[in-house]
Structure formats: structure tokens, C-alpha cells
Design a protein around this ligand. Sequence first.
Ligand SMILES: Nc1ncnc2c1ncn2[C@@H]1O[C@H](COP(=O)(O)OP(=O)(O)OP(=O)(O)O)[C@@H](O)[C@H]1O
Ligand code: NI
Length: 306
Amino acid sequence: MLKLRDVKISFLSSEGLLAPVDSVDIDLKEKETFTIIGESGCGKSLIANSILGLLPKDAEISGRIYLEEEDLLSLPEKSLKKIRGRRVGMVFQNPSSSLNPVFTMRSQLAEIMKYSGMSPALQNMVDLMQKVGINDPLHRLAQYPHQLSGGLKQRFAVAFGTASDPDILIADEPTTGLDITLKMQLIDMLAQLHSQRSILLITHDLDVAYTLSDKIGVMYAGEIVEVAPVSSFFSKPLHPYSRKLIESHPLREMKPIPGNSPHIAERPQGCRFSSRCEHGDLCCCSTHPEMVQVDEDRFVRCLAYA
Ligand SMILES: Nc1ncnc2c1ncn2[C@@H]1O[C@H](COP(=O)(O)OP(=O)(O)OP(=O)(O)O)[C@@H](O)[C@H]1O
Ligand code: NI
């Protein structure tokens, strides 16, 4: 349904051309939830934003992003606009920054519905509010963003992303900043959406990933290092980084991963995780591992499996 092939995103900086996202391949199938997990700064949001052509202006992108047979990277802005919201919806990482402070929620939602080719009739809005669990919709629609709690803003963000009933939803950290009750409610809501459409979910919350995903893609320093179905991933993670990520969970050993991920300008020539990996040998520092298939639907980028 949605296929990313060899996607590379780079920026020109004083240190030269830096690529926070490097040769990323992702396959999102119909009615499947594919979740990207990984530390802050590994490139998750850049990937999410690249799909709908919403990268910063100074970003360069190469590779191919197929929606069905169409390569979105080769489409003019006019055609992308038709896809945005209608076929692919987006829930942005920071709802406050994507809401306009001077308009009521109703006028912002109306704008999005019109843009997506839907009638902004009040009843349609109220139905949508119900789907995302916003109580007292007439009151909430009349409010401005600053009058809403974080949880409500997050719900509105999901309402905006799903207003036109898109086939694909991209949700970037939809549960960040929510308390545990709201987080559980949002997870329930996403789980309901999940049965009807494909979701590309981005989170660094392993509980969210475990609950909602069909497949997990682990990112480290701009690369996907493991792809696996959710159950086999959590029962038997293959990449040393995945194992450490799971061990760092509070309900497991709560062991933080020692060290930091390498700065973009100082990535090692070999495996990018080599400096933090206790299993690495000399080869790991000099040979960059390719993604290898180790089982029908399991892929890992580690020389131990090459
Ligand atoms: N406009 C930009 N100019 C230059 N570099 C950028 C720009 N935007 C992002 N980057 C670089 O890309 C890296 C990845 O950013 P991205 O927002 O995709 O990370 P992330 O994985 O979503 O992190 P988080 O979990 O904190 O949201 C950042 O560490 C930053 O160095
Ligand atoms: Ni992000």
C-alpha cells in the first residue's frame, strides 16, 4: 500500500551534507499498523513528514515513496495536496504547533474538511467528535486551542488527521505528554481506527508499540536496523540495540542503554551501534552491515546474522 524505498533525507550544514535519514525501506500493508520506534533524533519524524511532502524547505530527499503504484516524490505539489488529508491523514507530533491560535476549533476543522472535499456540516463534525471521544462537542468546537487541555488537543489532532476517513493514517507520537488515563483512552481510539485502515505509527513508548502494532521497525541513527512482527519482536528481539531497548523498559530490567547514539557528523564507518554494543568485534567498526532476512518476515542489520 505504502512503500518507502531507499529514502534518504539530508541537510546542507556547516559540517557538510548530513543525512539524518539514510536508505530507509518501509512496507505498510493494508489494514496493518507499522510502528517505528527508536531514540529521540534518530529520524522518525523526518520520515513521517517526508511522505506527504512536508519536510523543511532546506531538506533534500532521494529514493521513492510509493502510494500504490504512484511515486509521491515525483508528484507536483498540486497532486500531493489532493492526497494529503484525503488518502493519507497525518497526526503531527506537536498538536499545539499545528493548531492556529486565532481560530476556533470549529473553523479549523471546517477548513480541513473543505480541503479534503467533505461538507463541513455541523452534524459531520459532531459525528467525528464522537469517534475520537470528545464530549460536549458543540462547546469544544466553539473553543480556541488555548482553552483546551493537552488531552483534548491530542484528540482534535486525531480528528483532524482522520476527518476525511483516509486509507492511511500517519501518527507521530500521538500519546506524548498525556497522563496514563488519557494515554490509554487514545490507545483505545487508535486501536479502533486500526481495524479500518493502515497506520504508520511513530512512538518511543514501547507499551504503545506493543499494544497497537502488527509490525515493528526499529530505527537507530537514521537507519532501520530491525523489522519484525510485534509478538516475535518482543519475545525474541534480534538486533543488540532492540534487545537493549526492551531491557531498558521499566517492567523489564530498566537498564538504561550506556552511551549515546553517534552525532550525525561522526557516524562510524561500520555498524552505527558498534560503539555501544558489547557483542561487537573489529569487523563491526569497519564493515557497515546490510539488512539481512533471517526468517520469512524478519529482517536485521547486524553482522552477527550476515
Ligand atoms: N530542519 C533541519 N535542519 C537540519 N537538521 C535537521 C532538521 N530537522 C531535523 N534535523 C536532524 O534530523 C534528526 C532527526 O530528526 P527527527 O525529528 O526526525 O527525529 P525523531 O526521531 O523524530 O526524534 P524525536 O523522538 O525527538 O521526535 C535530528 O537529530 C536533527 O539533527
Ligand atoms: Ni519526532
